[in-house]
Design a protein around this ligand. Structure first.
Ligand code: IMO
Ligand code: MG
Length: 470
């Protein structure tokens, strides 16, 4: 334990959850890695699949995992990583990630895969790509990984579980029965089996009843870190439906997805990107800088990726100076581009540009109701040298609205009211909350007052130790 404040925060805690209180991509990976290396014995993921993309920095090298929990790099220290029952697992991708580890000489001996998780099958991926992926063709801008169709089969009681993969007869029966629901696809059991066989063989030693296992570990007194995926406002229960993912990444959904009682969780840390936030894919985003123009521009996806933006907005000029100039532009769309470039906000899974806007405290106040009052603020350093920044505490329509509602019509009519604060310079070397610049401290204070929440941790850089624990 390196940090006194961290010792205080985790004192007497056995189970801690790290989840996202916005639209995903808030730095869960960094903090799961942080708790995995300083504290936890077990790291367990409970929702989603390879729609997630968790970036963590190890020895200065960036690693992106889509399925494996971010604690996997700690396997050689005996830490146990679990893919929980609530997940949708693409076993081909899983095997590719295991091979990545092998290439880096990293072990995964203590990995556990739930026998109850659902399997993303080839027809899920084809359907997702055809119907949900392209925003230009009316899709919600899904990641195209087959997540929605896989969960749809699960809810319709016809899905294929990991345990089914080890019984050829059941698998053949289920696949033949499922065909009728995908008439446009050519589903052939033999072909699917031959494609999946090597992956089934590779994962077999790690497949367990992880619900029984996690309770055993809990009874042994092991410290457990639950790793969230996606974010509260992408939740099928709480998010901006239908612009959501198909699982419930709230604390209750995540606990259920690893087989734990939510009351067993001693501390839930909900992440808020601050003082800017992002959304990737379609759907309401009240504080988006540049509004509809930004949404349409980002919907073009890879046409407006990082290379395009560097070429178009920076060209031959000094990169750092030009980015600051963009962030300080009087045009909001341009400010949004500047923040995207400054913070490197391009999809870890799809490389799409993420839509950028000011942090929305109205959303955070709702998140506090569902996920509890403890917050982590991330990416705070990214806005260094911007002259000012804003936080939204109120929506305006005909009257003022200060509470989030998932109703699309309401969300599409509101205009956010932004309170502006004085910007700050580089903060990445600060390790004590009191040393943070005034404007930032004021904004954090206002944010806590408005949400009745408590900011426990602030991230001031991508590296594990660039972290302030209060
Ligand atoms: P992590 O864990 C950000 C978004 C997609 C799309 C919607 C539905 O990295 O924070 P899906 O493929 O799940 O059916 O897509 O949800 N989405 C995410 N956005 N971060 C994620 O995960 C996401 N996972 C899904 O962009 O809008
Ligand atoms: Mg991500």
């Amino acid at each position: 334990m390196v940090n006194n404040n961290l010792s205080k925060l985790v004192k007497d805690k056995q189970i801690i959850a790290i989840i996202c209180n916005q639209f995903g991509d808030t730095g869960k990976g960094k903090f799961v890695d942080y708790f995995a290396s300083h504290w936890a014995d077990v790291i367990a993921r409970g929702t989603g699949g390879n729609n997630a993309g968790h970036t963590i920095v190890v020895n200065g090298k960036e690693k992106i995992f889509h399925l494996l929990p971010s604690g996997i790099t700690q396997d050689s220290k005996g830490k146990i990583n679990i893919l929980g029952n609530g997940m949708a697992i693409d076993i081909k991708t899983l095997c590719e990630e295991l091979e990545e580890l092998e290439k880096e000489n990293l072990t995964y001996n203590n990995l556990m895969i739930s026998n109850q998780a659902h399997v993303i099958m080839p027809w899920h991926i084809s359907q997702d790509r055809a119907k949900n992926m392209s925003q230009k063709n009316g899709g919600i801008g899904s990641t195209g990984r087959g997540i929605g169709p896989c969960y749809a089969d699960k809810i319709a009681r016809r899905g294929i579980k990991i345990s089914n993969l080890f019984d050829k007869e059941i698998l053949e029966y289920k696949i033949n029965k499922i065909k009728q629901f995908y008439p446009e696809q050519n589903i052939d059991f033999r072909q699917i089996l031959s494609e999946l066989s090597p992956h089934i063989k590779k994962i077999k030693p790690f497949v367990k009843n992880t619900i029984l296992e996690i309770h055993k570990l809990k009874e042994q007194g092991k410290k457990i870190c639950i790793e969230g995926a996606q974010g509260l406002f992408l939740s099928v229960e709480h998010g901006t439906y239908p612009y959501v993912t198909s699982s419930d990444p709230s604390i209750s959904g995540t606990a259920s997805g690893v087989g734990l009682n939510p009351q067993n969780i001693d501390l839930t840390l909900g992440i808020i990107k601050f003082p800017f936030m992002t959304r990737v894919g379609a759907g309401p985003f009240p504080t988006e800088l540049g509004g509809k123009k930004s949404e349409d521009y980002c919907a073009e996806g890879l046409e407006h990726d990082e290379n395009y933006e560097i070429k178009t907005y920076i060209g031959d000029e000094n990169k750092k100076e030009k980015i600051v100039e963009l962030m300080n532009s009087s045009d909001e769309f341009t400010q949004g581009v500047g923040i995207r470039l400054a913070a490197g906000e391009y999809g870890a899974t799809t490389k799409r540009p993420r839509r950028t806007g000011w942090t929305d405290a109205v959303l955070a106040r709702y998140a506090r109701k569902i996920n509890g009052p403890h917050f982590i603020l991330t990416k705070v350093d990214s806005l260094a040298h911007a002259k000012k920044f804003g936080i939204c505490y109120k929506y305006k329509t005909n009257g003022d609205i200060v509470e989030y509602e998932s109703d699309l019509k309401t969300l599409n009519q509101i205009t956010p009211e932004i309170k502006y604060y004085e910007g700050y310079s580089d903060i990445s070397n600060i390790r004590d909350f009191n040393d943070l610049p005034l404007g930032l401290k004021q904004a954090i204070q206002d944010f806590e007052d408005f949400t009745s929440g408590k900011v426990e941790i602030i991230s001031v850089g991508a590296d594990r130790e660039e972290t302030i624990v209060r």
